[in-house]
Design a protein around this ligand. Sequence first.
Ligand code: ADP
Ligand code: ZN
Length: 289
Amino acid sequence: MLGAIEAGGTKFVCAIGTSDLEIIARESFPTTTPAETLLLVIEFFKKYEAELESIGIGSFGPIDIHRASKTYGYITSTPKLAWQNFDFVGTMKQNFDLPIAWTTDVNAACFGEYVAGNGKGLASVVYYTIGTGIGGGALQEGKFVEGFSHPEMGHMLVRNHPADDFAGSCPFHSHCLEGMAAGPAIEERLGKKGQALDHDDPFWEIEAEYIAQCAYNTTLMLSPDVIIFGGGVMKQHHLMTNVHRAFERLMNQYVEVPELIKYIVTPALEDNAGTIGCLALAREAKLHS
Ligand code: ADP
Ligand code: ZN
């Protein structure tokens, strides 16, 4: 049995799955403090301890992914104060003597789509989540693209849609994608949540423009085989038509990209991408231990 922890800013999803990545148990817990939340996480996995072989964690960040670092496995400079410098992997290791895979929440979802979703069989896969924040992960031949740290693609700069004078809600940057297009940015502009807007609200064209700029930048930077957009805001499936149209306009035929309905897509695994990805990462960790 494999364990999965999708550690999000609002909730933790814990799951048990088989080596075929079939989810057989799942529970979620609110993200409060490390002491409170981890107590519930540990309690959940203790029930399966006898069969559990490894655990995959996809966490909100920023996180330390460098194995040689003293703070490997920590959540580092997150704006969520209670979680700053929390030794996540160490805490799990103290309770479970098992191989543990450790990456960002978006990398985990990217991996899920790569092994079992819209990235299956492809060499280069990019995944973004557009929810409370925006994060991105990229895989090249099954390995995460990273250097001194994991990517923070959600904070790429975008330029304003002509009908939008918002400067963004990110405390670090003006006009970054997260500040312009994540769920809270929609709410700050319009005074209501994205899920409360009609499908034909003119705002969706503005939102689609920013997502298209992101796909444009991604295409020019990485030329991936597929770009997947998940997260709460992408539940507005109608957005994709506008994204494709805006992307075509921005790209202006400069590069010949794959057919757009297969190139810029939503996750085939929908809300399970992260959990399946964590299970698949746990499977890898077991193999390489
Ligand atoms: P999280 O990012 O916290 O893991 P989500 O991906 O569900 O969770 O993102 C939550 C954000 O997405 C909120 O800002 C919410 O308003 C927005 N959201 C959720 N569902 C929808 C929807 N159907 N349409 C538009 N926005 C949505
Ligand atoms: Zn930012």
